[in-house]
Ligand binder design. Structure first.
Ligand code: B12
Ligand code: SF4
Ligand code: SF4
Length: 387
């Protein structure tokens, strides 16, 4: 078996070959930033994203420490891929009849798929570099669960047997793993955590998706990236809904990204004005960041913008029907908010537009069969009539 430095080098170069722009290795450790996670949950900043609050059998918040869910993990390989395309920033366009879908969601393929596919290539390289091809050795760990010393007491770890007593375990995640990916990205040297809470890289900016591989191998760790925010506060000042309670601290309940993507049902009225013309996600705190001024554009075909999604017409989205939604947003992250969410958001944006032209359409939407859309249309009409 090659030395650990060599394995680490092979894994990182396979990440580049797989199409990742950045890759690094973080040690597994209870980093100081993780102590903030239970505080954040306790303050209610997760809103209705209850999956973030999940606890293990001992009652500990899973995401606060890998000890709580993957005590076998020794290293986290963090990979990042640029999704920026050569398109305007939301802060640079202002047609009130058009809405804004955030940059990451214009893609032709859902990023979870695009990232996990590449992570699997890196994972395969890891297995091969320790001398066991996954094809030969990967198997699903059945019951009874493996002991902590031997491996994870988790279902379906990828396992490659090295010898009688030695084994290597891995798990790949994009979003759904029991860890705060940005903290590991920082300690893998991928970038620093900005005051807007995003991972920023000096050369690439912050238009990055993250993917992680937990492994029981103790790989050579990178150094954390230094914070380069300095005295800048542009992101904090630009947020239209004052979602940052402090630098590095975001209250999801006030974040347009949460409201437009994760929040089901009616959006609290006091948040609607601040949503402006956003119909899915929000890019403002990244658009204004000086480190994104010269962010390079990706050539990955999956992340090129679909027709009609950059600056989409509000009328089109508000009146969209189920069949077109399925067709237009097949394999798109926009499916997450469902048709009801997209229409609700477009209707609120119409209310915020100041455009009397929308009144006739909103009158019809006020009696829409979807009660969430109908309620939002009533609010939008009221707002348009007040201005
Ligand atoms: C839940 C979630 C959200 C929530 C909450 C976001 C948030 N800031 O917490 C909502 C729906 C609002 C959201 C929005 C977005 N998201 Co999101 N989201 C996640 C998810 C699934 C979990 C994040 C989480 O645990 N949040 C809890 C808080 C506490 O963690 P955190 O913000 O990451 O905070 C850490 C640091 O701020 C930190 N900290 C660091 N330094 C300091 C200093 C001090 C003094 C303090 C107090 C704290 C502190 O402490 C925290 C850890 O405890 C991750 C994937 C994952 N599994 O990690 C993706 C992820 C973070 N999201 C991502 C993206 C792309 C977005 C959006 C850009 C999408 C969009 N355009 O709308 C926005 C960005 C908004 C923003 N400014 O964060 C990417 C981020 C990539 C990057 N470059 O950073 C991720 C990593 C997904 C991925 N796999 O690529 N998201
Ligand atoms: S994504 Fe938008 S709403 Fe959320 S914190 Fe950033 S600027 Fe504010
Ligand atoms: S806008 Fe300024 S403070 Fe905010 S993340 Fe970028 S550099 Fe940091």
């Amino acid at each position: 078996m090659p030395g650990i430095d060599e394995i680490t080098g092979l894994v990182k170069s396979s990440a580049r070959d797989a199409g990742f722009d950045l890759a690094g290795v973080a040690p597994v450790h209870d980093f100081p930033e993780l102590a903030y996670f239970p505080e954040w949950i306790g303050a209610g900043h997760a809103g209705e994203m209850h999956y973030l609050e999940a606890r293990n059998e001992a009652g500990e918040i899973k995401r606060a420490s890998l000890q709580n869910t993957a005590p076998w993990a020794r290293s986290v390989v963090v990979c990042a891929i640029n999704y920026n395309t050569d398109q305007p920033y939301s802060t640079g366009v202002s047609d009130p009849e058009r809405g804004w879908i955030s940059r990451y969601a214009w893609s032709r393929e859902d990023y979870h798929e695009a990232v996990i596919r590449r992570l699997r290539i890196v994972e395969q390289c890891l297995f091969e570099s320790v001398g066991v091809g996954r094809q030969d050795a990967a198997r699903t760990a059945g019951e009874p669960a493996l002991s902590e010393a031997e491996g994870p007491a988790l279902p379906n770890p990828r396992e490659a047997t090295l010898g009688a007593t030695e084994a290597v375990f891995t798990r790949c995640y994009v979003d759904t793993g029991p860890l705060v990916e940005r903290v590991y990205a920082k300690y893998a040297g991928v970038g620093w955590i900005g005051k807007n809470t995003c991972i920023l890289n000096q050369k690439m900016g912050s238009w990055l998706f993250l993917g992680v591989i937990l492994t029981s191998l103790e790989l050579t760790a990178d150094l954390p990236a230094p914070d380069r925010c300095g005295t800048c506060t542009r992101c904090l000042d630009a947020c239209p809904t004052a979602a940052f309670v402090a630098p590095y601290e975001l209250d999801s309940n006030k974040c347009i990204s949460y409201l437009t993507i994760e929040k089901r049902g009616a959006i609290p009225e006091e948040m609607r004005d601040g949503m402006g013309r956003h119909v899915f996600g929000c890019d403002i705190c990244q658009d204004v960041c000086p480190w994104n001024r010269k962010a390079p554009a990706t050539e990955a075909p999956e992340f090129q913008a679909r027709d009609g999604l950059v600056n989409p017409a509000l009328g089109w989205l508000a009146e969209m029907r189920a069949e077109e939604f399925r067709e237009k947003f097949r394999d798109s992250p926009i499916r997450r908010t469902k048709l009801s969410g997209v229409r609700r958001n477009a209707v609120i944006a119409m209310g915020n537009s100041g455009r009397g032209e929308f009144v006739a359409a909103l009158e019809k939407l006020r009696v829409d069969e979807d009660p969430v859309v109908a309620e939002a249309a009533g609010w939008a009409l009221g707002k348009l009539r007040r201005v």
